[in-house]
Write a protein that binds this ligand. Sequence first.
Ligand code: G1P
Ligand code: ZN
Length: 543
Amino acid sequence: MQRITVKTAPIPGQKPGTSGLRKKTAVFMRSPFLENYVQATFDGIGGIEGQTLVVGGDGRYFNDQAIAIILRMAAANGAATCIVGQGGVLSTPAASHLIRKRGADGGLILSASHNPGGPDADFGLKYNGPNGGPATESVTEKIYARTQDISEYRIADADAPDIGQIGTHALGPMRVEVIDPVSDYADLMESLFDFDAIRALLRSGFRLRFDAMHAVTGPYASEILENRLGAAAGSVVNATPSPDFGGGHPDPNPIWARDLMDTMYGPDAPDFGAASDGDGDRNMIVGRGCYVSPSDSLAVLADLAHLAPGYARGLKGVARSMPTSGAVDRVAQAKGIACYETPTGWKFFGNLLDAGMASLCGEESAGTGSDHVREKDGLWAVLLWLNILAIKNTSVAQLMQAHWAHYGRNYYSRHDYEEVDAEAANALIRDLTTALPGLAGQRFGALEVAQADEFRYDDPVDGSTARSQGIRVFFTNGARVVFRLSGTGTAGATLRVYLERLETVPDALAEDPQTALADVIAAADAIAGITARTGRAQPDVIT
Ligand code: G1P
Ligand code: ZN
């Protein structure tokens, strides 16, 4: 094998966002876009000489070709071993687990998560560190800096081995270990949950439907839910991963998982429905006629995780991203455990998990996870729910009613305005930031502003500070609205508006969230001038 050094020049636009670098597939495919970013990653982390890396992706279009390039570059940069999922496939949580289990130095995960895949859709790449979690801000900044002064990349002149076969191959002096992507992860799940109790629940006639959305969790869910737990054959639907996710949008929410919602709200609905996203780290939970918002799901899991063997000793603490509802805070308070509020993005949970300060984390965007890995984990959340339902012997709807009756209900919704003009979106946030000091005391319809600020996070573990992490407006009745711009989009800007109000009156707990939040929705528009500035009368996606 020859190590070839290829001259290159910086390519603009390689700044990692909320979760690695995401671009249109065609952009990633235009050489040397990928090569530059991979070399900048290797350089940014201080080189990979002698290292062991885990490499895998969600199987989307260009996954296999990108992996071949990454393997050739890893070999030329002196890596000792690359551990690769068969066929180049690894769910994000499975990759995180493998890094930890094998004591690897890090990993490269190829995914644009819930964004659609295909030649005209999206692609992404992110680096995870030795703890199995997404690179921290300080690391992504070094990678970004390197993309701006890169002058060459290194690549092997030899072909990458066939990663379709399990076994050990050589690429020059580098080992390429092709492994079964599912088994280690399935074993981990079996060690955390009461599989006997879930098996008994499923034998008792409890029916479930898991929608893999033509994405990476298909093989994982089939093995765990059907093979190991005995769910009826066909319980896992859309289980064969496809490079363009069946032409769909692999985002597990009521909009994109419409089929599942229709089934769960239709006649003869199963007892439990769930879905996961492109790379398997998100989850959606829906009972018969009862959708569970991710913020509520986090709160329920915090309340009842101890029913699963892996969490029987209780939680050390919990953490949620700032825009996530305060439902979990109320559980933490009742249990006397700490609750941390972090910026959006899983990378901010890593330090808290590593330090043993939190063992359960979640985001309103359908991400929930624990200290078993350093990523959010879709199937893990599904199994924890099943474990809880098996022990409590109750339905999802009953469980939610009991939860709200005890803790109150944080009515919650997120309104997304997608692909709006970037200038208009930036101006909206800029003007809102300028207006912040004068907002307190102002009335917007029925609501009065108590306080407004820009969220900033001081990491209690490493002392780092993250500024400008979203605008928060608190009202005197306890309601809240948050405005921020997405950091994962690939076209224009996406404005996210997060709306929340706590209700504790017993007979007001069963309203439609959009109705319950009407005042907050109206105030949000009045405060930010959303319609006037974006030209949109309605959000594109309401979750
Ligand atoms: C979105 C979600 C965020 C999540 C991220 C990666 O980021 O809002 O919670 O961590 O995807 O899955 P955003 O597009 O809002 O920056
Ligand atoms: Zn994802």
